[in-house]
Design a protein around this ligand. Structure first.
Ligand SMILES: [Fe+2]
Length: 205
């Protein structure tokens, strides 16, 4: 959309994660929109302050664990870095936006220093080098490579709705924790969208 500029045929950008929505706004590929439908149906905390994007759904990024092998799973994100879980934790790469936004939430709720300490502890606790997507972290619990993992909740839910290889058949092995319920609460990932900067809004609204 950025490269196409005014020639872009796009009317709407839909994406996941607040960071991508914010980057789209910063790149100038969205435009502010006045819509009673959006204003009346979407809480203000899920809207960009300049009405350039609107959140459409929220999904929790939570902790999963092997019920048979982990008697005392981590109850908070910070506990994932506890040395008690050394060699047990699987998580996808920090190049992924889901993990970057989770780290940003730790900076916000605690501090940059605490977030750095947490990230260092996470690396020390890893069962293997980061690989694959969220589903692969859940598969790692089934295969026994991991005892504890982090994933968005819908990756687990999908294994109930349909057959997910390496996960559905043995998913009863896996327990889950909605973290930090006595503190900041579970980290919510957001999806949303905005109107493209060069969309012909007069014909849309
Ligand atoms: Fe996803």
């Amino acid at each position: 959309m950025s490269a196409e500029g005014a020639n872009s045929p796009a009317d709407i950008l839909l994406t996941v994660d607040t960071s991508r929505l914010a980057r789209a706004k910063d790149a100038g590929i969205l435009q502010p929109i006045e819509s009673a439908v959006l204003e009346n149906n979407i809480p203000s905390y899920l809207q960009d302050e300049d009405n350039q994007w609107f959140g459409f759904s929220q999904r929790a990024r939570i902790i999963f664990y092997d019920k048979a092998d982990v008697a005392n799973p981590p109850r908070t994100y910070l506990e994932l870095a506890d040395p008690a879980y050394k060699g047990l934790v699987c998580i996808r790469s920090s190049t992924n936006t889901y993990n970057q936004t989770l780290l940003a939430s730790i900076v916000t709720h605690h501090s940059a220093e605490k977030a750095k300490e947490w990230a260092t502890g996470m690396v020390a606790n890893m069962a293997r080098a980061p690989q694959g997507g969220d589903t692969d972290q859940l598969r790692g619990i089934i295969s026994g490579e991991c005892e504890i993992s982090v994933a968005n909740s819908y990756y687990f839910a999908r294994s109930i709705r349909k057959e997910v290889k390496g996960l559905s058949a043995d998913r009863d092995m896996i327990g889950w924790i909605f973290p930090s319920q006595n503190a900041e609460g579970a980290h919510m990932n957001r999806s949303g969208g905005g109107v493209a900067a060069h969309a012909q809004t007069a014909t849309m609204l």
